[in-house]
Write a protein that binds this ligand. Structure first.
Ligand code: ATP
Ligand code: MG
Length: 183
């Protein structure tokens, strides 16, 4: 699965609409401490359905909304959209007639998150499953957070297995089995 573009609006320090075009090959994000490099990676995880505030270095999910500075007021919502190249037709059948897929997530203060795929409202689970099946989910080992290498080394075997399952692309199957068992 190839990412084409990430668009942020009101997400953490990215208060103004910002487009990050992701070209073929390796993309490096460089800049001084505190300029927002990690925030970019968090935006990517967030739009893929990450729901743990701690993974966003916050206490609540609303902490991803631009909180304001001495010169600019806080925002009431944040939005991130991710455009995926689907020319290789890896997306689930229902989406598979398009060359590009756009996933958008928006959070509004006191109203929680809403997701869209190609402009159509969907559930969080639909977005999470789309990425889990392509083994590029929010918890995917393809995205390595600052400090995560040492966490991996010190992880308990069960947690380490979860990471390997995600890498193998089978965590979507586990999720479905878990849901089937609950029915
Ligand atoms: P380092 O090189 O130290 O890892 P970095 O480039 O990864 O730095 P980030 O951690 O992405 O930097 O950005 C931190 C900045 O984002 C801080 O200045 C912080 O105040 C700002 N920030 C985080 N959340 C919000 C928010 N909700 N509203 C406004 N600014 C925020
Ligand atoms: Mg950082």
């Amino acid at each position: 699965m190839r990412f084409d573009k990430l668009r942020l609006n009101g997400f953490k320090s990215f208060v103004d609409p910002t487009d990050l075009v992701i070209r073929d090959g390796l993309t490096g994000v460089v800049g001084p401490n505190g300029c927002g490099k990690s925030n970019l990676l968090e935006a990517l995880r967030w739009v893929m359905g990450e729901n743990r505030p701690t993974a966003m270095r916050g206490e609540g999910m609303e902490d991803v909304i631009f909180a304001g500075t001495t010169r600019r007021g806080a925002r009431g919502h944040a939005e991130v959209s991710l455009t995926i190249d689907n020319r290789n037709r890896l997306a689930p059948a229902a989406l598979n007639d398009a060359d590009q897929i756009e996933i958008a997530r928006r959070i509004t203060r006191d109203a929680g998150s809403a997701y869209k795929i190609n402009g159509k409202e969907v559930r969080a689970r639909d977005v999470q499953m789309l990425f889990a099946d392509a083994s590029t989910g929010a918890h995917s080992p393809a995205l390595v957070r600052q400090g995560q290498i040492s966490e991996l080394i010190n992880a308990r075997p069960k947690n380490r297995r979860r990471i390997l399952e995600e890498a193998a692309g089978i965590s979507g199957l586990y999720q479905r089995r878990h849901e089937a068992e609950l029915k």
